[in-house]
Design a protein. Structure first.
Ligand code: SF4
Length: 600
């Protein structure tokens, strides 16, 4: 029911990297039933991923998918990537903007499925329905992901109509939280898609096309487009995202005492002003940019000026993209004392192609572990991590990628793994194997990190529920049911695939009307039903691959520091996990999606 007539989104491109073969299949069946984006991708992943596959083996499968609104309505600007995560060992999901979504759509595709592994480094170029396998041996081992991007850019066609995804050295070295960079400033950041690319010797992916997309009811379409566009550009929230970007949240969270600082030893930061959106915009902002087909332009680039040694008045200027999450992870969590130090570290993390959030949480854990003498100088090979010492942090990050000893090899697998071997688990901020996002707002935030299908603050926005309910305590059942409801609605946004910043604009009634202009009649109940179905499918794949709600452990640290809702109770969080488990298991059973396995 979700597939607009004659829409090329039904075309799925399959690429086998082992055999260097490709083919396109008409998968109307999938797009009819699962809409697109994450809905289509979970079905395609379920079909292609063998149970128990090694996330870094050739059998792992990457699915990139866009939605029926991509290229048609504003801010439907994201691509969904699904894969088996080498970081958590179960479902990997990451979203990125840039030009990726529009390029896939204009290439006349709805999804791309990548299987197998090349025996030598390659980059793959997709021009509409043709695929070229290019030799990338000269790019393998190159220090900077920026240089890799530039070389690919100069060797490919169709500028303005293409996306260029690539990995850095971290992906090549299989750091389990390596990212994929697209258009320099956007990322498939979380859960290690970069390592999966690396394991397939896939250095880059170029996608380009100049196709068009038919629209059924043109007049209605123009009206609804105008309405969505106006609501968006006139909304004060979008203005905030444009003016200051997500760093507008720094001072808000600091005031609320919910800003994780120095490995969450505190929740407000003495240097918060230095890292605030306001200060950065005033002193460092060089320009703003946007993902394709987005009128908001929330991407903020700082100009980092570094003098050349022995050359007075000569500066190297680097543009560094800053958002709230990098500020939290590499700024407040590391006790920043200078903006330049923070920007230099962020630039290094980008060059090497690491997920910034996981990297920051790992560095913060490491600093505390070193101070507590859990980790010594022998393991660290002489590096001395201390709050705010960015020169030392840059050395650590480089060593994580190089992995010269067992300790750095452990750090390259994440904070949960490293702390399980070297100690310091009680202050290792990991949820379901993924490092914590930047909100210590109350009970809904950690609960949503733990039970969310990708262990991200974006799954159900638990932090937002906390922020809205400061001063009143919700019953545990209500918190769980509100998180489930939100996560299920976000499956629809992720199937469309709309940027979550526009979630206030794309309300159910707007989505229903927008579909109408594409010739599709649906109701809000239909959307709700599909959101539930996708959520359950994702959970069933997580469980199939070994995720176990009974094994969730909350890091001790989160109970030692108050939130705006006071101190968190471990019993209360465990109770809510249990409520969630009973609900999700009974629904999975009802739908026949749960294999008869023991959950002990
Ligand atoms: S709001 Fe920002 S992240 Fe979202 S689509 Fe627009 S530019 Fe990209």
């Amino acid at each position: 029911m979700w597939l607009p007539k004659n829409d090329p989104i039904r075309n799925v491109l399959y690429i086998d990297l082992t055999k260097k073969k490709y083919w396109v299949e008409n998968r109307s069946d999938i797009f009819e039933e699962y809409m697109g984006g994450v809905g289509a991708a979970i079905k395609l992943l379920e079909e292609e991923l063998p149970k128990g596959a090694d996330p870094l083996g050739p059998e792992n499968t990457i699915v990139l998918a866009v939605g029926p609104f991509t290229g048609i309505y504003p801010i439907a600007s994201k691509t969904v990537a699904l894969f088996k995560s080498p970081h958590t060992g179960n479902l990997g999901e990451s979203h990125a903007g840039g030009r990726s979504a529009i390029a896939i759509r204009l290439a006349g595709l709805g999804a791309i499925v990548i299987k197998g592994a090349s025996d030598t480094p390659i980059w793959v170029s997709i021009y509409r329905h043709r695929v070229y396998f290019r030799d990338a041996r000269a790019l393998w081992g190159m220090r900077s992901s920026f240089t890799v991007g530039r070389i690919i850019r100069e060797n490919e066609r169709m500028p303005g109509f293409r996306t260029i995804m690539r990995i850095g050295k971290a992906g090549e070295k299989l750091v389990t939280y390596a990212c994929v960079i697209t258009e320099t400033y956007r990322h498939f950041g979380r859960l290690g898609l970069g390592a999966v690319f690396g394991s397939k010797k896939l250095k880059g992916l170029v996608i380009a096309g100049r196709g068009s997309i038919p629209v059924a009811n043109k007049r209605e379409y123009r009206e609804i487009y105008e309405k969505i566009y106006r609501t968006m550009v006139e909304s004060p929230l979008m203005k905030k995202y444009h003016d200051l970007g997500t760093p507008a949240n720094v001072l808000v969270l600091d005031k609320l005492r919910a800003l994780p600082t120095k490995n969450l030893q505190q929740t407000c930061f003495e240097n918060a002003k230095l890292l605030s959106g306001e200060y950065l915009a005033e002193k460092y902002l060089a320009r703003r940019t946007a993902c394709s087909h987005c009128p908001v332009a929330c991407i903020h680039l700082a100009a980092l000026r570094e003098p050349y040694p022995d050359e007075p008045y000569f500066y190297k200027t680097t543009f560094v993209n800053y958002d709230y999450e990098p500020i939290y992870a590499l700024g407040t969590m590391l006790g920043a004392t200078t903006v330049d130090g923070f920007l230099k570290l962020l630039d290094t993390v980008e060059e090497l192609g690491l997920d910034v959030m996981s990297t920051g949480v790992i560095l913060a854990w490491l600093t505390e572990a070193y101070q507590r003498k859990v980790i010594g100088e022998k393991e660290l090979m002489g590096v001395k991590p201390n709050w705010g010492n960015y020169e030392e942090y840059i050395k650590v990050v480089e060593l994580i990628v190089e992995q010269p000893n067992d300790f750095y090899r452990a750090l390259a697998k994440g904070v949960e793994y490293a702390s399980s071997i070297y100690g310091g688990k009680e202050f290792a901020l990991s949820f379901g194997g993924n490092e914590m996002p930047g909100y210590h707002t109350g009970p809904a935030a950690p609960l949503s990190y733990a039970i969310g299908s990708r262990h991200s603050h974006l799954d159900a926005g638990g932090y937002s529920l906390d922020e809205k309910t400061v001063g009143k305590e919700l019953p545990p059942e209500e918190i769980v049911s509100r998180l489930i409801k939100e996560e299920r609605w976000r499956q629809i946004l992720s199937s469309l695939v709309v940027c979550f910043f526009a979630r206030g604009v794309y309300r159910p009634e707007v989505v229903v009307n927008a579909f109408k202009a594409l010739g599709i009649e649906c109701s809000e109940e239909d959307l709700e039903g599909l959101g539930r179905k996708i959520h359950l499918l994702k959970y069933s794949l997580k469980i199939r691959e070994g995720f176990n709600l009974d094994k969730i452990v909350f890091p001790r640290r989160i109970f030692e520091v108050p939130t705006p809702h006071g101190y968190l109770s471990e019993d209360n969080l465990k109770l809510m996990v249990n409520i969630f488990k009973n609900k999700i298991y009974s629904e999975l059973q009802e739908e026949g999606l749960l294999e008869p396995i023991s959950q002990n």
